[in-house]
Design a protein around this ligand. Sequence first.
Ligand SMILES: NC(=O)c1ccc[n+]([C@@H]2O[C@H](COP(=O)([O-])OP(=O)(O)OC[C@H]3O[C@@H](n4cnc5c(N)ncnc54)[C@H](OP(=O)(O)O)[C@@H]3O)[C@@H](O)[C@H]2O)c1
Length: 332
Amino acid sequence: MSSNNAVAFRWGIIGCGKIAQKFADDLMNVPGAVLHAVASRDLAKAQAFARPYDCPHAFGSYQEMVSSGLVDVIYIATPHAQHHENTLLCLEAGIPVLCEKAFAINASMVKEMIQKSQEKQVFLMEAIWTRFHPAIQQIESLIAADTIGKIVHIVADFGFLADYKPEERLFNPALTGGSLMDIGIYPLFISKLLLGKPTEVKAVGVLAPTGVDMNLSVAMAFGSGATASLFSTFAAQTDTTCTIYGTKGKIYIHSRFHETLGFTLQLTGEEPQSIATERLGWGYGYEALDVQRCLAENRVENDKLPLQFSLELMELMDEIRRQIGLTYPQEA
Ligand SMILES: NC(=O)c1ccc[n+]([C@@H]2O[C@H](COP(=O)([O-])OP(=O)(O)OC[C@H]3O[C@@H](n4cnc5c(N)ncnc54)[C@H](OP(=O)(O)O)[C@@H]3O)[C@@H](O)[C@H]2O)c1
């Protein structure tokens, strides 16, 4: 991982949960990044989180860290339902934001976040880390070079067997649970990245007793003539792969495709070629480095993952939820 950034960016983290820890691990190896402060709703938790990273500042409230003047950019790692409020808090204070997926609960919240970023002229980006992985960049280049011809169909899945705990993030509607928002977003992301906005969407879902989606299957059609079949579930361990079928061959992204270490390129009538790709650490450093690039270039959004992309992704998730009959308590 290399960088031309001369200055160090002082990162802050909001929400000291599981993903925040992985992000912090990777931030240690990002050139030009320092983990300077963390904030939890519980001071002792923030202090315990900060210690192994030699992070000098720990706060017992998100607001305190935001108003401390100690950070240049904040990574938001709270549940989906909190993203809108946490993002507005940071942007209002003029602090750039990298906010975990799913960006918010629905498109109208995402629009408000984008409006605030534009009004304040402060950087905002959804943390779709896969976008910045070397494998995805190589696959994009191969497709742009017409290596597999015109894309005809994409198949992608993401599933794991989750313990059914109604109060916890995955199944709790108040925390915007459900397979779509948590993991189904990755198959949607890859299809959107490679095929754009669908012209037709058909979704079916099976809901858990809490009312959030347990199993979800989505079929889509695109203006280019391509189609996609996407699947997410909390009820079974699935392959979590992605295959892109083109008129001249196919690309099979190895499991788990959203954090892959490689892919197989098979041109029609030829032997498959297995291609290994880099993924340093957990794979979160690439997005952090690209945020720093954007900040160094005084950008308000990331040119590789524009806010319009995140808005359209959320509009697609709104439509899928409408079709499977899933609304969240905050939308009542
Ligand atoms: N990019 C990825 O690979 C990836 C992987 C997993 C998850 N995620 C995303 O990251 C976000 C967090 O997921 P996670 O697995 O890290 O969740 P988690 O372990 O439950 O952590 C979330 C943290 O948010 C804070 N929080 C604020 N309000 C909360 C509330 N009402 N209920 C519970 N926690 C609250 C808590 O931190 P404090 O107690 O310190 O305030 C909590 O530790 C989600 O948006 C998820 O989709 C991304």
